[in-house]
Design a protein around this ligand. Structure first.
Ligand SMILES: [Zn+2]
Length: 300
């Protein structure tokens, strides 16, 4: 009995270790997406909140954040969606251009994170602007994909270089742990911050970011939200910011084989927290523009 119990525990331990070792290569980790969508919910208009709650499945209990990592979980079933999580640029070019960079690994155009954001924004807009339209989209999936990809486009290494797969092929150590640079930006910086500054409590981290939004970044929020020409999203702008930050902060002093410690962590954490805040505020602004009154839709 004792031996069979211990074998069972070992099996569970191995299963857990295997789960922990699977790299999350396709987005902010679960925590990052949760933070983005929690912030979003604070900034939704009444109309948008109503529409979002109507589209969410019952299992979410009205909480968008609970499902913002769903596109990462179904990436093996929806194989076509893999390229929609990022938009890499030619190596060492610190700028982004939609027509040059938005394609999948086969070169098929519009298959990238910005193309996907545009696609799902249009699906939701068309359906809500004309409820009787003949368009037959799965709007719940459109909402979840849009929410996830707006988060992803704010992760600097989701607009990284093609040659190193947005940092995925750059092996580094995060303190003592062997990992890759992309994973550092998806997960490790957030995980280390949770342990070191937020008592391992994600809601404390979210509150701290929200305080910054209403305090030190309060003058910037209207600039983050703004889109020229009444556009619903400024996706090319978000992607350009990311590749610029990838060059200035993510790739810098993170050559293959390097060990990243306090100096890298403490100087990059403010960038990560600001990108999570911008992702959250902008997703709310996009949803508010999509799910607005008929007059608003007609203007947009
Ligand atoms: Zn993703």
């Amino acid at each position: 009995m004792i031996s069979s119990m211990s074998i069972g525990s070992d099996d569970r331990l191995i299963a857990l270790l295997v789960l922990l070792l699977i790299p999350t290569v396709l987005g902010w980790g679960k925590e990052g997406h949760y933070v983005v969508c929690k912030i979003t919910q604070e900034y939704l208009s009444e109309d948008a909140l109503f529409a979002v709650k109507q589209l969410l499945p019952d299992s979410a209990h009205g909480d968008l954040a609970a499902l913002c990592s769903w596109p990462d979980e179904i990436r093996f079933h929806y194989h076509w969606s893999s390229a929609s999580h990022y938009a890499d640029t030619p190596d060492f070019l610190c700028n982004y251009q939609y027509y040059r960079d938005c394609h999948d690994s086969y070169g098929r155009k519009h298959r990238c994170v910005t193309g996907a954001i545009h696609n799902y924004t249009m699906q939701l807009k068309l359906a809500y602007a004309d409820a009787s339209s003949k368009f037959n989209y799965n709007l719940t999936e459109a909402l979840l994909f849009l929410s996830h990809f707006v988060g992803d486009v704010h992760q600097p290494l989701h607009v990284g270089f093609t040659g190193d797969l947005g940092g995925n092929s750059i092996t580094v150590r995060w303190y003592r742990r062997k990992t890759n640079l992309h994973h550092v930006w998806d997960n490790m910086i957030i995980e280390s911050a949770l342990k070191m500054f937020y008592g391992s409590d994600l809601s404390t981290m979210i509150q701290a970011i929200q305080r910054n939004i209403t305090d030190i970044w309060s003058n910037d929020v209207s600039i983050w939200e703004h889109c020229a020409h009444n556009y619903t999203t400024c996706l090319d702008w978000y992607a350009s910011e990311s590749v610029s930050l990838a060059c200035k902060f993510a790739y810098r002093n993170a050559t293959p084989g390097s060990t990243l410690k306090d100096e890298y962590f403490l100087s990059r954490l403010p960038i990560v927290e600001k990108r999570l805040a911008q992702g959250g505020v902008r997703l709310a602004a996009i949803l508010n523009r999509i799910f607005t009154s008929k007059t608003g839709i007609a203007q947009a």
